[in-house]
Unconditional design. Structure first.
Length: 135
């Protein structure tokens, strides 16, 4: 089996905790729709991160219903996979400037950008990351 090198593909499908929290289908049907079996279900039920995410979605759904923010968050999670694929595609398919923009956005979204490091001011030392792409 080939190891997973894309961190966006780790864990569980991003929509799974939301569907579990919504409780619109029986749990076995939800898991079957993701090609997950009973052992996957039992493993995730003991995963603190998964359980916390289901609870978070459950609380948000009770408070706000299916908000735009939840939908946007799920879409952003799914787009991480597309971003990874585009960054690792050949330059003939995805131009280097597009890859550079995707890399910068990913770094910024992860909270690792230079802007965030310098935002504290007052003599704090932050780490900076610079990416140069030479064509």
């Amino acid at each position: 089996m080939k190891p997973i090198t894309d961190p966006a593909r780790l864990g569980w499908p991003p929509t799974l905790p939301l569907e579990v929290a919504m409780q619109e289908l029986p749990i076995n049907e939800i898991f079957e729709s993701y090609n997950l079996d009973r052992s996957d279900y039992e493993r995730l039920c003991h995963n603190e991160g998964f359980v916390a995410q289901v609870k978070h979605y459950h609380d948000e759904l009770k408070k706000d219903g299916m908000s735009f923010k939840i939908k946007a968050r799920l879409q952003a999670e799914a787009l991480l996979k597309k971003s990874w694929d585009m960054i690792h595609a050949s330059d003939a398919i995805v131009p280097a400037n597009v890859k550079a923009q995707l890399l910068m956005f990913t770094i910024k979204a992860a909270g690792l950008s230079e802007d965030k490091a310098n935002a504290g001011g007052g003599g704090q030392i932050g780490t900076a990351l610079q990416i140069n792409i030479n064509l």
